[in-house]
Design a binder for this molecule. Structure first.
Ligand SMILES: Nc1ncnc2c1ncn2[C@@H]1O[C@H](COP(=O)(O)OP(=O)(O)O)[C@@H](O)[C@H]1O
Ligand SMILES: [Mg+2]
Length: 250
């Protein structure tokens, strides 16, 4: 057993002019964990993802991944060591088919453009993982919203991540689409991938997450099991309201 944490975030801050979007945040994630991150709009959730993935440089603080200090690493190099993310606003290549989108992601992650024989087989496996195999030849722009969300996850999976960061994958989905995507995400986690999920669709987030961190004004105000955070007075006041008690009582 190694004592090195899988992901370690220490005193991480990001200021935009005077605004402390992420304010002295410290937490660890174990390999194989499923961590949910919730909190009001503007709490700093997406900014935290941007710091972990290298899209933003922190004002202060450090990030370690499997013991390595990655604080100054470029996003692309973080992808190569196993960190992948999806975006709150999806950005597939619209004029490419589903399978082409996955192949492109795999190639970009490996940084060479040579299409190998098995590339499409691998892309098909990934599409099957997210239940999109039947859509392989559909242009991304013609997919319904729920399937665009799945394609976004497929593109992240194509980089073979160990840590997958999902930014509001359930937003804008119908009840049926939420259930279907929830199964997909559960099965990805069961494959051994560590998942951090930002989500406002609380039912799905509570069902999937083993542990939840609540952010408010850039600070962690609670960190515990779904049950614990739902009953937390600060969390109820800042974010959940009466919903907290409903979730806590199942
Ligand atoms: N690039 C940026 N420049 C200036 N302010 C930003 C930038 N990105 C985010 N913010 C601000 O930081 C705060 C946190 O935003 P964000 O991380 O997107 O919140 P969340 O994802 O929790 O809704 C918000 O007040 C937002 O307006
Ligand atoms: Mg956000």
């Amino acid at each position: 057993m190694s004592d090195v944490p899988f992901l370690q975030v220490d005193n991480l801050s990001k200021h935009f002019r005077g605004l402390k979007a992420v304010d002295e945040v410290t937490f660890q994630v174990d390999r194989g964990e499923f961590l949910g991150i919730i909190g009001p709009n503007g709490a700093g959730k997406t900014t935290l993802f941007n710091l972990i993935t290298g899209f933003l440089k922190p004002t202060s603080g450090r990030i370690h991944f499997r013991g390595k200090d990655i604080t100054g690493m470029k996003p692309h190099d973080r992808v190569k060591i196993g960190i992948a993310r999806t975006f709150q606003v999806t950005k597939p290549f619209k004029k490419f088919t589903a399978i082409e989108n996955v192949v492109i992601s795999a190639l970009i992650a490996r940084k060479h453009g040579k299409i190998r024989e098995h590339e499409r087989d691998f892309a098909m496996e990934v599409l099957e993982k997210v239940n999109l195999a039947h859509r392989k030849d559909t242009l991304a722009e013609n997919l319904p919203h729920g399937e665009v969300k799945k394609l976004e996850i497929a593109r992240a999976l194509a980089t073979k991540p160990e840590l997958l960061l999902l930014d509001e994958p359930f937003s804008g989905l119908t009840g049926e689409e939420v259930e279907s995507l929830q199964e997909v995400i559960k099965s990805i986690h069961e494959d051994g991938i560590t998942v951090i999920l930002i989500e406002h669709v609380l039912k799905a987030c509570m069902a999937l997450s083993e542990r939840i961190i609540v952010l408010n004004y850039g600070k962690i105000i609670a960190d515990g099991t779904p049950q614990q955070v739902c009953m937390d007075r600060q969390v109820i006041e800042a974010y959940l309201g009466k919903r907290g008690l409903e979730f806590a009582s199942g």
